[in-house]
Design a protein around this ligand. Structure first.
Ligand SMILES: [Zn+2]
Length: 243
């Protein structure tokens, strides 16, 4: 849980992602990975050498602007307070996704990770700026894109906001979904929705990763649900690696 707490402590308000990018690059520095930052600030990380890669997607930014966040763990629940003991946003949207990407880079021999900047809307301006700006050719060697940026514990978004179809039916086999208690659902906008809108021709989805009340002061994570999400995505990655 130490890695997760370290991520939560970093202020990564949209447009201020330098600190979390430096942390991610430092964390991965001993792992002999290919780490690139594009012109817009998005990070692309590749582990191993293969023709194609299961690809994990998350976003580096958060809506909150909190310095000196104190992380509180009460049994399975994790939340944040300021110095005065008042609840403040945790930033689990989408540090939980970033945590999963880092864990999976440790676990898997072959993997690609895309960490986008500026997914959240700021001052009424459109979000998904990093994913709307990046070169789609970054994903020429992606087998599929698994984004971890959905509240709750049970959902795999297969149709994004605006009726954007994200993946083919049966993209993740039913027996794997059942084993971890996941089901397909509709809704929401995030980076993979923006990429599909732009014409990316790869199966994508957005997966629940254990956070609740995103964008609010009482945001929290249920750690057992985040761990289940990691086990689920790990299984899905293995399925694609062995396909
Ligand atoms: Zn998010």
């Amino acid at each position: 849980m130490q890695l997760l707490k370290s991520l939560y402590k970093i202020n990564s308000k949209s447009g201020k992602e330098a600190a979390i990018k430096a942390f991610v690059q430092g964390y991965l520095s001993t792992m002999n990975l290919d780490i690139r930052c594009d012109a817009f600030g998005n990070l692309f990380i590749t582990k191993g050498v293969a023709d194609s890669y299961p690809t994990i997607v998350a976003h580096l930014d958060e809506v909150h602007d909190v310095e000196n966040r104190k992380i509180v763990v009460e049994e399975d629940m994790i939340y944040a307070c300021d110095n005065g003991g008042n609840r403040v946003g945790l930033g689990a949207d989408d540090k939980n996704g970033v945590w999963m990407a880092l864990k999976l880079l440790e676990m898997k021999p072959i993997l690609k990770v895309a960490l986008f900047v500026h997914e959240e809307k700021l001052n009424g301006e459109a979000g998904c700026r990093g994913s709307r700006s990046c070169n789609l050719a970054e994903f020429d060697n992606a087998m599929c894109l698994l984004q971890c940026d959905k509240r709750g514990a049970q959902e795999v978004v297969s149709v994004g906001k605006g009726d954007i179809c994200l993946c083919e039916e049966g993209f993740i086999p039913q027996d794997i979904l059942d084993r971890y208690g996941y089901q397909y659902t509709v809704g929401g906008r995030t980076d993979v929705v923006a990429l599909r809108e732009r014409g990316l021709d790869k199966n994508c989805c957005n997966i629940s990763c254990g956070y609740y009340n995103a964008h609010k002061e009482d945001e929290y994570t249920l750690f057992s649900e985040l761990e289940n999400a990691l086990n689920f995505v790990s299984h899905v990655v293995d399925y694609f690696l062995n396909k």
